[in-house]
Design a protein around this ligand. Structure first.
Ligand SMILES: [Zn+2]
Length: 263
């Protein structure tokens, strides 16, 4: 397997994975979306709410605020010694008190753990003059498999690496150059040149506009994939990718153990 990084930021990564089966890259994608735990608000004690939102709506909005997640300090409630009762190893408390007129943002949540805070500035509610909210939110680790609020990976996907061939049949009429919406092709004298192959969306408009059969062939490399992924801010994209790969490894190990029992 080969990995080539195209773009790597704190929250976003794009890389090419080669010499692998589609099932392997898909398993990484699925683990990013559903298996890597993050911390999210799961329970809210509302002491005062004179805003326009019902308690349930307010709690729902709180749950969708991405929180920075320190997975070395917290474990899933289902795996905790407290049997899910709630303890400092499997939950964290955040409080929020505000009075209008103002817009209340997620960054006003006061956490009992400085490592678990709002990852994004999200507007929670608009309070008018005299309206108040006062609440305590209990955040717990969980997985996207159970609820989307625990999904660290957003916009995770992959496509086969495009492969565009210009054959000798081509008469350089330039129709494909003008049609391509991604600027993948350029006219170069009597030739058409492919300049930006990875950004091809495989729409095949160039093939359909071409009047000469077989002059341009758009295909893909079956064992190479361009993987794009983004984190919601609960952890860095590097941590998310590495933890997803660990999840795939653990699952493969468990499957291997089951199969050895069947043998
Ligand atoms: Zn616990």
């Amino acid at each position: 397997m080969n990995v080539e990084i195209i773009e790597l930021g704190d929250r976003k990564a794009e890389f090419v994975v080669s010499d692998v089966m589609p099932a392997f890259v898909n398993s990484i994608r699925r683990c990013m979306l559903a298996e890597v735990p993050t911390i999210a608000i799961d329970y809210v004690n509302i002491y005062d709410n004179t805003s326009v939102l019902f308690d349930e709506q307010l709690a729902l909005r709180m749950g969708l605020v991405p929180l920075t997640t320190d997975l070395d300090s917290y474990i899933l409630p289902s795996k905790c010694d407290c049997d899910g009762e709630g303890c400092p190893r499997c939950q964290v408390s955040l409080t929020l008190s505000a009075e209008g007129p103002k817009i209340v943002y997620s960054t006003e949540l006061v956490s009992s753990d400085p490592l678990v805070v709002a990852a994004e500035v999200v507007p929670i509610i608009k309070l008018t003059d005299g309206q108040r909210i006062s609440l305590e939110a209990i955040a717990k680790p969980g997985v996207g498999h159970d609820h989307a609020k625990w999904q660290a990976g957003i916009a995770c996907g992959y496509k086969n690496v495009p492969q565009i061939k210009i054959t000798d049949e081509c008469d350089a009429c330039n129709m494909c150059v003008d049609t391509c919406p991604r600027g993948v092709l350029v006219a170069n004298g009597d030739l058409i040149k492919v300049i930006n192959e990875p950004s091809c969306s495989l729409c095949k408009l160039c093939e359909s506009v071409c009047e000469l059969e077989g002059a341009i062939i758009v295909g893909t490399r079956p064992d190479s994939f361009i993987f794009t992924s983004e984190s919601d801010g609960s952890m860095s994209i590097v941590e998310l990718v590495m933890r997803s790969i660990d999840e795939v490894k653990n699952k493969a190990k468990v499957l291997d153990e089951y199969l050895s029992i069947v043998d």
